[in-house]
Ligand binder design. Structure first.
Ligand code: ZN
Length: 99
């Protein structure tokens, strides 16, 4: 199964081997490398997916998608804070990965 990353997609499940979402037409392979399989978490700032990394023998990885709730998106101060926290987490993950 390939999961469409478009947050507004009505039917995000696609069959393996599909390149574009059958429902919304979005490209399914993120950066031509990462294939989301299933959502594993959802919070106020976005969603997390289990994924395969095609450039690393389809090793499992995680995609974190920044997609704040509408009430955060509508508030520029909350949006700035959310962006800061998301980038902070991304930097932390990067440093764990590099260590
Ligand atoms: Zn879609």
């Amino acid at each position: 199964m390939i999961y469409c990353l478009n947050p507004n997609c009505q039917k995000p499940q696609n069959l393996d081997g599909t390149k574009f979402c059958l429902t919304c037409g979005s490209q399914l392979l993120l950066k031509n490398q990462y294939q989301a399989i299933q959502p594993i978490g959802e919070g106020g700032f976005g969603r997390t997916f289990l994924a395969f990394d095609a450039h690393r023998l389809n090793a499992r990885c995680v995609i974190k998608q920044f997609f704040p709730l509408p009430e955060i998106q509508g508030n520029s101060q909350a949006m700035a804070k959310a962006t800061e926290l998301f980038e902070q987490e991304a930097r932390q993950l990067l440093s764990c990965y590099a260590a």
